[in-house]
Design a protein around this ligand. Structure first.
Ligand code: SF4
Length: 493
């Protein structure tokens, strides 16, 4: 390398050679900076599988840049800025370039440190474009944004019309779990020397679930498209103790740390769809997650700003329940299974996240920020921009309905329909009072009762609130709800 002319800083979620600040980078003149900050590794109770994935991916990426001929300064430091300062001190006078960070806090920190930004193109939607869309909306409906994306990006369109004659096929995509899962086995990722070093540093036994290289991420994409894509849609909401992922793609960690770009995922999915072997309900359901929901959530994170994460419009003040951090602290089978899966591999799909974990936080009145912090800490793909809108807006309705028109509160009936968790459970999803009553069912009604004044004005909730009038056992139910909440706090329910 001749004398470097600039420092390119690569955060751990910008790991792509062709996007962000690395686009057009030249190994002869660009020095690469990467920082493993203590705030990131030891600052919180991060799930070790998550740390392993993020750090090992970053070290593999640094290694691949070195193989390409780049000089890479990979340092450990108390904070990102302290790490950059170390690198700057060694390379006096060089400017630092970075793609706009993916979190507001890092954006502000780096701006103060006078880092020069280039556009963050790790998404399909530029931030100004999203802002102009949101500025025109009365309510920020994901569905409106998604349709606009389909047209703008010309994906699954036949002229002006959606392929298959409808914008979404949700009705087809609500099957309960199959009696017996007979899908192909999941891809396993062999561990190499870098993986082993990171695992040893973390005193962690890593699973073989998550790839930590670009090659591994591409193999995961290929595996999904060839082996799971066709059946993804109808089973995308199902939950089963028989199988931890059904036909989910398992691609979000790589999309979120940069090992895959959404355009690559869309390209592979559309290529497969065009072979005629993928039903429209699977194709549309998957495309919606990538060009709709993912882009919408990121757009909303930036649009709603830094204070949005502090919302607590329902005044929820309960401390995080012990079952969230220890699956032995509950008898609720659905929660025990889900927390057990998270403990094992730092992942469960969107429905357990929304309809079990967030639903439980919502109906128990758990403090939104405590719950948000926990969700950030335990999921492999939980970036700040993903979790803030998903938890505050969608999961626990702490924003007073800014993002979602109604809270996602549900009793045991939904969980019983969409999973096989209830049969072996000590509780009965149909019961709302008594010792065998399903805590979700009891707390669903208790939640509606506690917030009836707020929700009776909401046209999407008024019927549910009205249902309270038909409950002849409401006083008994309130008593049981009190017992359930106490039991959940003690870790005995
Ligand atoms: Fe969960 Fe209730 Fe079903 Fe038990 S009965 S698994 S607590 S929904």
């Amino acid at each position: 390398m001749s004398a470097p002319k600039r420092i390119i800083y690569i955060p751990f979620d910008h790991l792509h050679r062709s996007y962000g600040a690395l686009k057009g980078a030249d190994s002869k003149t660009d020095l690469i900076a990467m920082v493993e900050s203590a705030r990131m590794t030891t600052g919180r109770k991060w799930h070790k599988e998550r740390l392993f994935f993020l750090i090992s991916s970053a070290r593999h990426f640094a290694n691949s840049l070195e193989i390409e001929g780049f000089k890479v300064e990979y340092v450990k430091a108390p904070t990102t800025i302290a790490g950059l300062q170390l690198i700057k001190d060694k390379n006096k006078g060089l400017p630092i370039i970075c793609a706009e960070p993916s979190s507001i806090r890092q954006y502000e920190d780096l701006k103060k440190y006078e880092v020069t930004f280039v556009e963050n193109d790790f998404f399909l939607t530029p931030r100004p474009f999203f802002k102009s869309w949101a500025d025109e909306q009365k309510s920020y409906l994901m569905e409106s944004f998604y349709r606009k994306q389909r047209v703008r990006l010309d994906i699954l369109m036949e002229g002006k019309d959606p392929v298959g004659g409808a914008w979404n096929f949700d009705k087809e995509n609500r099957l309960p779990p199959p009696k017996k899962y007979e899908g192909p086995a999941y891809l396993e990722h062999k561990r190499d020397q870098i993986d082993n070093e990171v695992a040893a540093e973390l005193a962690h036994t890593a699973t073989n679930t998550w790839a930590t290289t670009r090659e591994g991420a591409l193999a995961q994409l290929k595996n999904f498209v060839n082996n799971h894509f066709a059946e993804f849609g109808p089973l995308e909401d199902a939950m089963t103790s028989e199988n931890w992922a059904l036909h989910h793609s398992l691609l979000s960690p790589y999309l979120n740390n940069g090992l895959l770009h959404p355009s690559e995922v869309i390209h592979a999915a559309m290529k497969k769809f065009k072979t005629g072997r993928i039903p429209i309900e699977s194709a549309e359901g998957f495309i919606r997650q990538v060009i709709g929901w993912r882009e919408y959530v990121n757009g909303m994170y930036w649009y709603l700003g830094a204070d949005y994460r502090n919302n607590n419009q329902l005044g929820a003040s309960r401390k995080l329940l012990p079952l969230f951090t220890d699956s032995s602290k509950t008898q609720m089978n659905c929660i025990k299974e889900t927390i057990g899966d998270i403990e094992e591999r730092a992942w469960v799909h969107h429905i357990p996240r929304l309809m079990l974990l967030s639903n439980l936080a919502l109906v128990t009145g758990t403090n939104p920020q405590e719950f948000l912090d926990w969700m950030r800490e335990v999921f492999i793909d939980a970036t700040e921009w993903v979790m803030v809108p998903n938890v505050i807006g969608m999961g626990v309705h702490a924003d007073g309905g800014q993002m979602m028109t109604k809270p996602y509160a549900a009793g045991g009936a939904y969980i019983s329909r969409m999973s096989n968790y209830c049969k072996p459970c000590v509780y009965d999803p149909k019961l709302r009072v008594g010792e065998k009553a399903c805590p979700f069912t009891t707390l669903y009604w208790d939640f509606l009762d506690r917030h009836k004044e707020t929700f009776k004005k909401n046209h999407r909730m008024s019927q549910q609130v009205f249902g309270l009038n038909r409950l002849s056992d409401l006083p008994e139910l309130k008593e049981r709800a009190h017992e359930v909440l106490e039991g959940l706090e003690r870790g005995t329910i």
